[in-house]
Design a protein around this ligand. Sequence first.
Ligand SMILES: C[S@@+](CC[C@H](N)C(=O)[O-])C[C@H]1O[C@@H](n2cnc3c(N)ncnc32)[C@H](O)[C@@H]1O
Length: 225
Amino acid sequence: MTPQEVKKLYDDEYAQAYDATYRTHPLSIQTTANEAIILKTLLKEGGPWLDAGCGTGYFLARFPNIDRVGLDISPAMLALAREANPSAVLIEGNFLDDRQEWHNHFRVVSCMWYAYSLVESLRDVEKALNNFAAWTAPEGRLFIPVCDPRAFVGNFPARLPWWGTDEVRVTGVTWEYEQSNGKKHTNLISPTFEVLEKILHERFEEVRAVRYPEDALSILASKKK
Ligand SMILES: C[S@@+](CC[C@H](N)C(=O)[O-])C[C@H]1O[C@@H](n2cnc3c(N)ncnc32)[C@H](O)[C@@H]1O
């Protein structure tokens, strides 16, 4: 999706319905609870914490005593985040744009519910992850719930043995999502876990999968290079 498409989709009406439709919906409430527990563990030593693509600030609001920053491109989502988080710093901006002043700054960086997929290309996902890595403090950790393409289409190999000794790699899927009210996420980019892992391994010594019930999969990176 382009930044303009994201802003248009995440308008006031969408923002007002967002938490009930997604974060606290019966189908996802358990995943939301599990992710809050993981964040709590990561935040044990305090902030600063950056939640990139923070949306309504749902997770930020669970930790009101932490020094925390929310970044989002949608003014409507941010308006709700501001209401729910009077003590947080909420910034309207694009996580594809680097911010020098954030380099090596945050003890925890998170990007929840697939916000990184709402971009235009795999290179953009790489750019977002590189920014998140740059913004993580040397002793900090980066936590990203993975939009796992295999959860949609079933298992598929990461490599295909075509063309003799050449190697073909399957790097992810693109997909779209249309709601009954006509609201549409288009051209979402979901790289495989292996691709995300490879990108993050350029920046971190340790990159591991975190699995929790409801088939959810996250990636946790630490020990910055
Ligand atoms: C699916 S929502 C997730 C919201 C929140 N992280 C959560 O867990 O509920 C995606 C959010 O990412 C934001 N977003 C999408 N692209 C962005 C970008 N390039 N920069 C900053 N925020 C972005 C959207 O505005 C939206 O609030």
